[in-house]
Ligand binder design. Structure first.
Ligand SMILES: [Zn+2]
Length: 312
């Protein structure tokens, strides 16, 4: 991963770009996996313009505080509330429509500083809820945090400073003065498992817990294709070249706004030479000497697991 601010692309143009690129993959790169992305909000359908009023019944609220959500219940946490925010909280809060799902219409409501939590609830980080609630709910909780953050980040036009207004036909905000439209930011990043005979390359970032290794990842820079970003990141971080890039799967990674696009590749040449900045250790690992691996909820672990079990 690069440390500088990643390139910014907007939600809907990104969808178009990735759709087009996926069409290209079908002809040039074989897609051979259906990774179950933990943070995909496939359970929600967004309809625009969004409902004009909060429904009296069948609304599901997620209360967001900072990067966490308010949950109740110790053994089986619940992230949803059927109770809409009190009018005095609504006046101070940022409220975002999330979409429609099997239990009704979902909304996120910010809990402003100084406002007490709803009774019986505590704030939990979203990652900490993994494994304790269904992935479907985990994804909606992460999405709620993201959308509240996006709404707050786009309150003012970045070009002229005028307060923005929500766009009714899509999730976006528009400046009434210069007409510029702001979409939720998505930062695309490649992630790649590099294979060499019966071993794979795993590397350690200084950000990782002690002893943990993972696959190579990095943000796409403006003007790059995904394939070019992959070649560059691999060369920069571990000094080798790769060939035979194959698409694996993708997943949203909302910490805060990445879209991970996963690949496998074959080692082509060069000696491992770490950059000692983004990578502090790297090596070739076989199935019988694997180091500590990333959490199972990530696409990095999915790439490694598939190689462990079927070698592809
Ligand atoms: Zn403006």
């Amino acid at each position: 991963m690069r440390c500088f601010r990643p390139p910014v692309i907007s939600l809907y143009p990104a969808a178009n770009i990735l759709y087009t690129r996926c069409q290209m993959f079908r002809s040039s790169i074989h897609a051979d996996s259906h990774h179950d992305a933990a943070f995909s909000v496939k359970g929600l359908t967004r309809h625009y313009p969004q409902p004009p009023d909060f429904p009296e019944k069948n609304a599901r609220w997620i209360y967001v505080s900072g990067n966490g959500v308010a949950v109740c219940g110790n053994k089986t946490p619940k992230v949803y509330s059927e109770f809409s925010p009190a009018p005095e909280i609504r006046q101070k809060s940022c409220i975002e429509y999330l979409g429609e799902g099997k239990s009704g219409i979902y909304y996120a409501a910010e809990l402003p500083d100084g406002v007490p939590l709803p009774e019986g609830r505590v704030v939990s980080g979203v990652r900490e809820l993994w494994g304790h609630i269904p992935n479907e709910d985990l994804a909606v909780a992460a999405y709620a945090v993201r959308m509240i953050d996006c709404a707050k980040a786009n309150r003012f036009c970045g070009r002229c400073g005028t307060p923005t207004e929500p766009v009714l036909t899509e999730r976006a905000w528009q400046c009434p003065s210069c007409r510029r439209i702001f979409y939720p930011r998505i930062s695309p990043a490649i992630i790649v498992l590099i294979k060499n005979s019966d071993k794979v390359l795993l590397a350690r970032s200084p950000r990782f817990p002690e002893g943990m290794f993972s696959v190579i990842a990095g943000f796409v820079e403006p003007g790059e294709t995904l394939e070019e970003a992959l070649h560059r990141e691999v060369k920069e971080e571990v000094g080798i070249t790769v060939r035979d890039i194959r698409y694996f799967a993708s997943e949203p990674w909302p910490f805060p706004d990445s879209l991970m696009i996963g690949f496998t590749a074959e080692y082509a040449g060069g000696e491992i030479e770490i950059d000692n900045n983004e990578i502090v250790d790297a090596g070739w690992f076989g199935r019988d000497n694997l180091p500590q691996l990333p959490a199972r909820m990530s696409i990095s672990r999915a790439l490694i697991e598939r190689w462990i079990h079927d070698g592809s």
